[in-house]
Ligand binder design. Structure first.
Ligand code: UD1
Ligand code: CA
Length: 459
């Protein structure tokens, strides 16, 4: 008798030959997460007590991609001898286990958590030996075909390549998502044979020997498998539609939504407007009231409330509330921009801390710098942070104004309330409350003319 404990096993050992890639298939990305992370996300509502990932091809890379998943256990499949062989590898790990095993293909990333929850409920209510997800596909080419009676009781699954012409007419396909009573599966799984066209151990072969096995039809979209990059692109379109629909219903305005991409890992508060050609990626957070775009990229960054960001790129950084960013600003490398700041046209901010109410409106590079509050960075100010080997720090105190085209050669500390004359090249620290300039004095030479003019006037 099965108890209510649940283990999941994700098949992630294959290479994915049809992707034509050096990267294992399950590590290709879909809306910001790897395929295998998307698959894991589909189990969010079922609380598994054990989480197993079967890894083989480039196992270390796959393990690294899942290393932040709590309590995940990796099971090695050193040779990829088929999906049945893959599940056989979990037998030692599940010694003494008495619950149900949910098996998920690592390349079926659009599955909804609600579907998995419903599948498990159906499985348990009916006391099934196995419950499988199926879909009636317009074009079932490549998928295993599921043969059922009129009560959705499954007789067998036959792989596309092992089907005869009549069997191929059946458009009910196997999704590769199974819930097994583990004890029942254990009576069959160890005895699989590889007598098929591919000489592989097929997990699908256990079905004909288990009873009862029930099929649960779901939408073809949800269980589409990714075997090549064309299918990856189609899945991306579906995922983007889902993400954007959810955001719009939660109070986010998307202008020309088709031109925008948003990762599933991005958080956007209500009353944000995203303008066309904007891409929001990674663990980014966009706070209420922002206007982002057109044509902007925000990656792994937080944008504070009521900030506008136009034609700009922000990566790995944080902009606090009421910012005015762009057009054409680049904020990167763990930069922290304070509240009410203006980072304007062609300004790059790298690994710098910018105090509240500070402005850098035009044509500047601020790298490895620490700016106080109410600083005004004059047009063309450059922190000269790199000597060709090491990076050095620039510190600028509150209310200081850097003149246009000043070069601040780091390491350098400039006090508060300093005015820097335009065109200065500063190489030494500057005390607070002063005017400082470092440039060649201006000279006029009365009556001077170019030689050709003097020659003309002589003749
Ligand atoms: C499999 C099913 C097929 C179903 C389809 C749904 C079998 C025999 N066939 O076919 O009925 O319609 O999925 O998408 O199961 N893997 C391993 N180790 C292996 C082989 C595969 O871990 O030795 C993993 C792959 O990494 C992949 C998954 O299992 O994540 C499915 O393998 P794949 O080769 O894509 O199976 P399909 O031919 O698509
Ligand atoms: Ca597949």
């Amino acid at each position: 008798m099965a108890d209510s404990s649940l283990a999941i096993a994700i098949l992630a050992a294959g290479k994915g030959t049809r992707m034509r890639s050096a990267l294992p298939k399950v590590l290709h990305r879909l809306s910001g997460l790897t395929l295998v992370e998307n698959v894991l996300a589909s189990t969010a509502l079922v609380q598994p007590t054990r989480k197993l990932a079967i890894v083989g091809y480039e196992a270390d890379q796959v393990k690294a991609a899942l290393s932040n998943v709590l309590d995940i256990e990796f099971v090695a499949q050193t040779e990829q001898l088929g999906t049945g062989h893959a599940v056989q590898q979990v037998i030692p790990a599940l010694e003494g286990f008495t619950g149900d095993l949910l098996v998920l293909n690592g390349d079926v990333p659009l599955l909804m958590p609600e579907t998995v929850e419903k599948m498990l409920k159906t499985h348990r209510e009916n006391g099934n030996a196995a419950t499988i997800l199926t879909a009636q596909m317009d074009d079932p080419t490549g998928y295993g075909r599921v043969f059922c009676d009129q009560h959705a009781i499954v007789k067998e699954i036959i792989e596309h390549r092992d089907c005869n012409a009549a069997q191929r007419e059946n458009n009910r396909t196997n999704a590769g998502i199974y819930c097994f009573n583990w004890a029942a599966l254990m009576t069959i799984l160890p005895h699989l044979k590889a007598d098929n066209d591919q000489n592989e151990y097929y997990l699908t072969d256990v079905i004909k020997d288990l009873s009862p096995v029930m099929a649960m039809d779901v939408s073809p979209t949800e269980v589409a498998g990714i075997n090549n990059r064309k299918q990856l692109c189609e899945a991306e379109a579906v995922m983007q539609q889902r993400i954007k629909a959810e955001l719009m219903l939660s109070g986010v305005t998307l202008i020309n939504a088709d031109s925008i991409t948003i990762d599933s890992t991005v958080t956007i508060e209500a009353d944000v407007t995203i303008e066309p050609q904007t891409n929001l990626r990674g663990r980014s957070v966009i706070k209420a009231g922002c206007r982002i775009g057109p044509s902007s990229l925000v990656e792994d960054s937080t944008i504070g409330a009521n900030t506008t960001l136009v034609h700009s790129v922000v990566t790995d950084s944080e902009v606090a509330a009421n910012g005015r960013i762009g057009p054409f600003a680049h904020i990167r490398g763990h930069a922290l921009v304070g509240e009410n700041c203006r980072i304007g046209n062609f300004v790059e901010v790298k690994k710098s801390v910018i105090g509240n109410n500070t402005n850098a409106a035009h044509l500047s590079y601020l790298g490895d710098a620490e700016l106080g509050e109410r600083v005004n960075v004059g047009a063309g100010t450059i922190t000269v942070n790199y000597d060709g080997k090491n990076k050095h720090k620039t510190v600028i105190g509150d209310r200081t104004k850097t003149g246009a085209n000043s070069s601040l050669v780091a390491p350098i500390t400039i006090g508060s309330d300093v005015t820097i004359g335009a065109g200065s090249v500063l190489t030494r620290d500057v005390e607070a409350d002063c005017l400082v300039f470092a440039r060649s004095p201006q000279k006029s030479i009365p009556g001077w003319k170019p030689k050709y003019l003097r020659d003309e006037q002589k003749s």
